[in-house]
Design a binder for this molecule. Structure first.
Ligand code: SF4
Length: 266
């Protein structure tokens, strides 16, 4: 392994350790009570927030609590129920197709193997890994938009393809940690490392993040005590000095102006 790869793997381990300390409880924010419900909720979460999905699923699961019921559902009714999650026509079709195949091919039980999960309608590697790690307690590292963005900012990968990012991260972390590492990165992405405005000043990963926007102190023989700037932080433009006098000066100026006016009148 090259020195660079060893350094990146060490950083991944440090990120994992710090995130565990910051977010001791890593939970999936999609409300569910079974593998089938989590599978349906994760299909709905594509291009949609977990909050929105959680608003929709109570009515969906009340109407169609099992794969058997959802498999024979009226498409128009399912569309109506999931409409607010976006791409509702495709999602409704995938939900019914998923339920139908879970019954016909897997005896009504959601499969555990990634190779089986990804054959279901609307299920990609991300969804399959959510199921494996959250419900079945198996190794699985879902790479969503937060995980991809943070992994790149933290210098753990340069790749954009979520599947390639998943393989890179998998190689650096122990399999039992994969699922919760993903959940913790998602939490950190939502709370601190925002896509547009990362809050580096309050980030616990700042000292090891190559994308930090803050100046940082690096101890060492040559740079001891010196401030090393990773990237120049954006400075606010200085306020323009006001031409109008303020406070006591203002009173003086007003008095002077009044005197002048009076003198001219005389
Ligand atoms: S230091 Fe900034 S860019 Fe790096 S992970 Fe933290 S918030 Fe994101």
């Amino acid at each position: 392994m090259s020195a660079k790869k060893i350094e990146v793997a060490k950083r991944a381990t440090d990120v994992l350790r710090l995130l565990k300390r910051e977010y001791p409880v890593a939970i999936c924010e999609l409300t569910h009570e079974s593998a089938f419900q989590l599978l349906a909720a994760t299909i709905l979460s594509a291009q949609c927030t977990d909050v929105r999905v959680n608003m929709v699923t109570p009515a969906l699961f009340a109407a169609y609590p099992t794969p058997e019921k959802l498999a024979v559902a009226d498409l128009a009714h399912v569309e109506q129920l999931v409409r607010s999650t976006g791409f509702y026509q495709t999602k409704a079709k995938n939900l019914i197709g998923m339920a139908s195949q879970v019954i016909s091919r897997f005896g009504g039980e959601v499969p555990r193997e990634i190779e089986d999960l990804v054959t279901l309608p609307g299920v990609g590697r991300k969804t399959a890994n959510v199921l494996r790690s959250v419900v079945f307690g198996l190794p699985g590292l879902p790479v969503d938009t937060h995980v991809g963005r943070l992994s790149r900012r933290l210098g753990l990968t340069k790749l954009e393809d979520p599947v390639k990012v998943e393989y890179e991260l998998n190689a650096m972390l122990p399999p039992p940690e994969w699922g919760e590492f993903s959940l913790r990165l998602i939490l950190h992405g939502r709370r601190v490392c925002d896509a547009r405005t990362p809050r580096c000043e309050m980030c616990l990963l700042e000292s090891l993040c190559p994308s930090s926007m803050l100046p940082t102190k690096k101890p060492g023989k040559k740079s001891a005590g010196k401030t090393v700037t990773k990237k120049p932080a954006k400075k606010l433009a200085p306020a323009k000095p006001s031409k109008k006098p303020v406070g006591a000066k203002a009173k003086k100026a007003t008095k002077k102006a009044t005197k002048k006016t009076k003198a001219r009148k005389k």
